[in-house]
Design a protein around this ligand. Structure first.
Ligand code: COA
Ligand code: MG
Length: 290
């Protein structure tokens, strides 16, 4: 499992921000050609990304590009420009149906062939940000073996629903919960909503912890100041790691003794608790804490 605790968007047409993002040691850098880029700057964004990508050292960061939606007038120019530089993955916005991902799969396979890139090496991350996408989650989540994560896009969804965004995000709770549920069902990583109020770090931390408690493994961010608190919120704490190891050790001993459920520090431990402990250890390993 790759750590995707923070996924930072940087507008692809802004070379200063692209350079800055590459140096931040964020888990995922996502160079944007979609909504963070003005319509008349799409070509400038492609050119900037294609020029800077091979020059920059992104360290351990995953190198992602957010293309324009499948079916938009920009999609083919985006793909023809971006695939030859071989990003680690493509972030697909405004996905509404399985067909869109399958169309992209076919087009990508052609372009990988043309550029002599190993087939299937570029992964997909789909943004779920409309009512239709929520209704079609099962079909979308199972559309491609390239798909590794689902992103929850609360702003576009709220616009689609006519919902008024609040700090607690209660108004998008059904969708936020659906994304994390379908991601778990199909073995994908769920990545949580953006906090657009980038000066309010208290609410960012509240929101990140809320997402982590729901099962999200990471969160989208839009500003360098958001990276560190978000990565921290999605990294298991020392106490969580110690407790998880204790549970797993005790579980192994009790299994050998032929005992399923047992008591540890006044709590009942059985299979689901053990599964949660294993997940904490996996996330700590992915974050380099173990
Ligand atoms: N990626 C990389 N660097 C960024 C950045 C980002 N997303 N956002 C800000 N920075 C840089 C700025 O260039 C500035 O660098 P400097 O100190 O070397 O001059 C520094 O971080 C501080 O930025 P600040 O002045 O606080 O913000 P700003 O007014 O320059 O930018 C935004 C504010 C919101 C426009 C900017 O954060 C941004 O473009 N975010 C991404 C937007 C986006 O991609 N949206 C689509 C996805 S939802
Ligand atoms: Mg969006």
């Amino acid at each position: 499992m790759r750590a995707r605790r923070a996924l930072l968007y940087s507008p692809g047409d802004d070379p200063h921000k692209v350079r800055k993002a590459a140096a931040l040691e964020v888990d995922c850098v996502c160079l944007d050609i979609e909504d963070g880029v003005a319509i008349n700057q799409k070509e400038a964004a492609r050119e900037t990304i294609v020029k800077l990508f091979p020059e920059l050292d992104f360290g351990h960061s995953e190198r992602l590009v957010r293309i324009n939606p499948v079916g938009s007038e920009f999609i083919d120019d985006d793909l023809v420009a971006i695939i030859p530089i071989q990003p680690d993955g493509i972030v697909i916005p405004k996905v509404k149906s399985r067909d869109q991902i399958q169309w992209l799969e076919e087009r990508l396979t052609e372009l990988e062939n043309q550029s002599n890139i190993p087939l299937g090496s570029i992964i997909f991350i789909a943004i779920i940000e409309s009512s239709l996408a929520i209704v079609n989650l099962k079909d979308i989540a199972s559309a491609s073996t390239r798909l590794e994560a689902l992103i929850f896009g609360a702003e576009d969804l709220a616009a689609d629903l006519g919902a008024d965004r609040s700090k607690s995000s209660w108004e998008v709770f059904y969708a936020r919960s659906a994304v994390v549920t379908y991601a778990a069902a199909f073995g994908l990583q769920p990545i949580d909503l953006v906090n657009i109020d980038f000066k309010d770090l208290d609410n960012l931390i509240f929101s990140a912890r809320q997402g982590a408690k729901m099962g999200y493994v990471g969160k989208q961010v839009i500003h360098p100041d958001q990276v560190e608190p978000v990565q921290e919120a999605f990294t298991p704490s020392e106490d969580q790691i110690i407790d998880a190891k204790k549970i797993l050790d005790a579980y192994n001993q009790h299994q050998e003794a032929g005992q399923g459920a047992f008591a540890l520090d006044g709590k009942m431990i059985d299979a689901p608790i053990v599964k949660s402990a294993q997940s904490i250890i996996q996330r700590a390993q992915a974050a380099g804490k173990i």
